[in-house]
Design a protein around this ligand. Structure first.
Ligand SMILES: [Cu+2]
Length: 329
């Protein structure tokens, strides 16, 4: 009994620890709740594979444990030879044919689901958005010229086609509830899509290690009603909803603050709160387009695809909320 107690305690501890992991917040070991048809099809394929492999796991491990118990040593000398068994053709054919059939079944389901994951359903009012990956933020271009940083605004129940590109290094677009990953590769155009079923906010993360601040390259998709979306992408016809910060603020918070701190106080990049380059459009544009490499590190060309209006917005925001005036010498 004394020898069995530690083993029993260990088993309980392992069970409790793994149960905790299994019940972790995102629903345990399964993918997140799908909110778009492509994500649902991925989940179907997942469950089919888990079903087959789960049954096989229990069967094989069960038989293994049973045989270990049944044919245990029972004090026999280590030198005693076991019974010599010759092959069993029928058994061997069975354990070859059954796995072949299982693989064929899994393959059939996967190839049946793949096209529904990959291609968007045909729709007359598909919305086309360009997703551009940068060190270390996402930029979205909407039909009609609106732009946003790190947060993508879309209407509910409508097919959204994403054209995924990058200018510097490889990134990977991934909002788990709205479908699988797609790589953003410089010099290449990839496509993916989703159709959000419900209004809400869905979070994601760049899924390709892309440099020092890869971890802060997050993205959210805000799914809203058709009218809210229209108000957002047509700011001239109706005012932008107050909930959406102006582009200049999105640029500061989503791009500059990652390295220079929320208030420009410094972090990976230097303190720039009193750097007058911040409010000189031409000079600022130069470092945004070309980057800077100096004694403290390297700033990537974070704004190499920014237009003039967008830089004006940044300068205006910085003047208002970040720049503290030139430091007194
Ligand atoms: Cu990235």
């Amino acid at each position: 009994v004394r020898r069995k107690l530690p083993i029993f305690v260990l088993a309980v501890v392992v069970a409790l620890a793994t149960a905790g992991v299994g019940a972790a917040t995102n629903g345990g070991l399964t993918p997140v709740q799908p909110e778009s048809p492509n994500a649902s099809h991925t989940l179907t394929a997942y469950w089919v594979i888990v079903g087959f492999t789960g049954v096989i796991f229990v069967l094989v491990e069960g038989v293994l444990v049973a045989f270990i118990w049944k044919y245990r040593g029972r004090g026999r000398a280590r030198t005693v030879e076991g019974p010599q068994v010759h092959g069993h053709s029928r058994l061997e054919v069975i354990w070859t044919v059954i796995p072949v059939l299982i693989l064929a079944a899994i393959g059939t389901v996967v190839f049946f689901e793949l096209p529904k994951i990959d291609s968007a359903p045909a729709s007359a009012n598909t919305i086309h958005v360009t997703v551009e990956g940068h060190q270390f933020y996402w930029q979205f271009d909407y039909p009609g010229g609106a732009r946003s940083i790190n947060t993508l605004y879309v209407p509910v129940g409508q097919v959204v086609d994403l054209k995924v590109v990058a200018t510097d290094v490889i990134h990977s677009w991934w909002i788990p509830a709205l479908g699988g990953k797609i790589q953003a590769i410089p010099g290449r155009v990839n496509h993916t899509w989703f159709m959000a079923k419900n209004v809400g906010t869905y979070e994601g993360q760049c899924a390709e290690l892309c440099g020092v601040y890869h971890a802060s390259m997050t993205a959210s998709v805000v799914v809203e009603s058709r009218s809210e979306y229209n108000a957002y992408i047509n700011p001239t016809s109706s005012p932008i909803p107050v909930a959406v910060p102006p582009l200049g603020e999105q640029e500061w918070d989503g791009v500059c603050a990652t390295c220079h701190g929320n208030l420009g106080q410094g972090g990976y990049g230097p303190n720039i709160a009193s750097n007058s380059l911040l409010i000189q459009k031409a000079g600022l544009r130069g470092i945004l387009e070309n980057g800077v490499t100096g004694p403290t590190g390297a700033m990537p060309p974070v704004g190499d695809t920014w237009n003039s209006a967008q830089i004006n917005e940044l300068v205006a925001y910085v003047k208002r909320s970040i720049y503290t005036g030139a430091a007194t010498p």
